[in-house]
Design a protein around this ligand. Structure first.
Ligand SMILES: Cc1cc2nc3c(=O)[nH]c(=O)nc-3n(C[C@H](O)[C@H](O)[C@H](O)COP(=O)(O)OP(=O)(O)OC[C@H]3O[C@@H](n4cnc5c(N)ncnc54)[C@H](O)[C@@H]3O)c2cc1C
Length: 381
């Protein structure tokens, strides 16, 4: 990082008289900044982002507009009470409605193609466990979503998709998909339209809160002072706030070249949601596998993991597209923010600093809501 002083002009023109600085321009930071301007249009809000683009999870995810596959929810029930699990489902559902209202379905390229959970030949027992719970899930989750029969077994669709070694499919009819790039582009445009300043290439190194406000120290050597700060850096939170109960988790993702005659349509979850894939522009986007190398993937550094990439390729070639020659167009990684419980942290950590982090891999669904909650807390305190 090149170090240089902030000139008088730069300081007085760009950073003077700010009311609130939001750190991080992911879905949470942008949603928070937009909501701050809704609460009070006179507020001078700036977003400080280290990357040329938001570079965490928001531009690198799978774009599932989902609120829980059956094995994921059953897995959650082993560590959370039923009330808490349903509260998270409700938050995801409400968050998705908020995202759609804020950005608009056309700008999201929102498509209600359903979410499927697939079970291989070896997973008969867990499938039967899920099947036995479908009516209970439909009744409880139906009260939240208004869909009385969201979950149902649709094994008859298997021949249509052409998978190999998959025995069962459970469909969640209330799940959809978004175009992640378009979503973030629309949020960035909205933020700029609302008069929010977005500064890229600003790596915040340290925050010092005092009665004069928050001193923000940047890696470039600059320091600015702002009355209030909202930290929305998700998986990178520990670097800025070592006490934050968040750890990073890297995810590997690939997208194929267009696949001729691709019949796969919808969002697919496999192995408790650790693996996921969907159709995208006539291609397959496939990601996950973090559970194969949990410790190594507890990192906020982008980079590949050969073991996981091999497993993803095997899944693609032997299960998802067994009959075709499929070429890979691109690989990338994204960083999640996880914690001991599947619940975001939205709280004031010092008189003038609030955090909104730990989206637990659900940020497309709950990001706008978490941003809104963070903004409200900043204004209240
Ligand atoms: C591969 C992958 C697939 C996913 N799929 C889905 C899905 O299908 N559905 C779903 O609901 N969720 C999904 N998620 C989760 C979702 O993308 C995240 O929960 C959400 O994007 C988090 O948003 P955020 O704004 O909190 O964090 P981020 O998007 O990570 O934004 C944080 C921002 O802070 C910036 N930053 C960090 N440190 C600093 C600093 N010191 N100074 C300045 N800037 C800083 C980063 O550059 C980044 O832009 C997925 C995540 C990944 C990684």
């Amino acid at each position: 990082m090149i170090k240089y002083e902030l000139s008088y002009w730069e300081r007085e023109t760009f950073f003077k008289n700010l009311d609130i600085a939001v750190i991080g321009s992911g879905i949470v930071g942008l949603a928070a900044a937009i909501h701050l301007k809704t609460l009070d249009p006179t507020l001078r809000v700036a977003v400080l982002e280290r990357g040329p683009l938001p570079i965490g999870a928001s531009t690198r995810n799978a774009g599932f507009a989902c609120f829980g596959s059956m094995t994921e929810l059953l897995d959650d029930l082993t560590s959370m009470s039923e009330d808490d699990v349903l509260a998270v489902v409700e938050k995801r559902w409400r968050g998705l409605q908020r995202l759609r209202a804020l950005v608009g379905d056309a700008h999201l390229d929102f498509q209600m193609l359903g979410g499927y959970e697939m079970f291989t030949d070896e997973e008969e027992a867990i499938f039967q466990k899920c099947r036995a719970q479908i009516s209970d899930f439909n009744q409880k989750i139906g009260k939240i979503t208004g869909h009385p029969e969201a979950y149902k077994v649709v094994d008859e669709r298997l021949p249509r998709f052409g998978f190999q070694g998959v025995r069962h499919l459970i469909l969640n009819q209330a799940e959809g998909q978004v175009h992640t790039g378009k979503m973030m582009s629309a949020l960035l445009k909205k933020a700029l339209y609302d008069g929010i300043q977005i500064f890229n290439g600003i790596f915040v190194k340290d925050l010092k809160d005092s009665s004069q406000g928050v001193e923000i120290e940047m890696e470039s050597g600059w320091t600015i002072r702002v009355p209030k700060v909202l930290v929305a850096v998700n998986g990178f939170a520990k670097r800025l706030l070592p006490q934050a109960d968040v750890y990073p988790a890297r995810n590997q993702v690939l997208v194929t070249q267009p696949v001729r005659g691709l019949a796969v349509e919808g969002c697919f979850h496999y192995d408790r949601g650790y693996f996921y894939f969907r159709n995208l522009d006539g291609r397959i986007l496939l990601g996950g596998g973090r559970n194969l190398d949990l410790e190594k993937e507890k990192t906020d550094e982008f980079g590949s993991n050969a073991l996981i990439r091999r497993a993803l390729l095997k899944l693609l070639e032997t299960v998802i597209c067994p009959e075709q020659q499929v070429e890979i167009d691109a690989w990338w990684t994204g960083i999640l923010g996880l914690g001991p419980v599947k619940k975001p942290i939205v709280e004031q950590v010092s008189p003038n600093v609030t955090v909104a982090v730990r989206l637990s891999g659900m940020g497309v669904a709950i990001g706008t809501l978490v941003g809104q909650e963070g903004a409200e807390l900043v204004v209240k305190n």
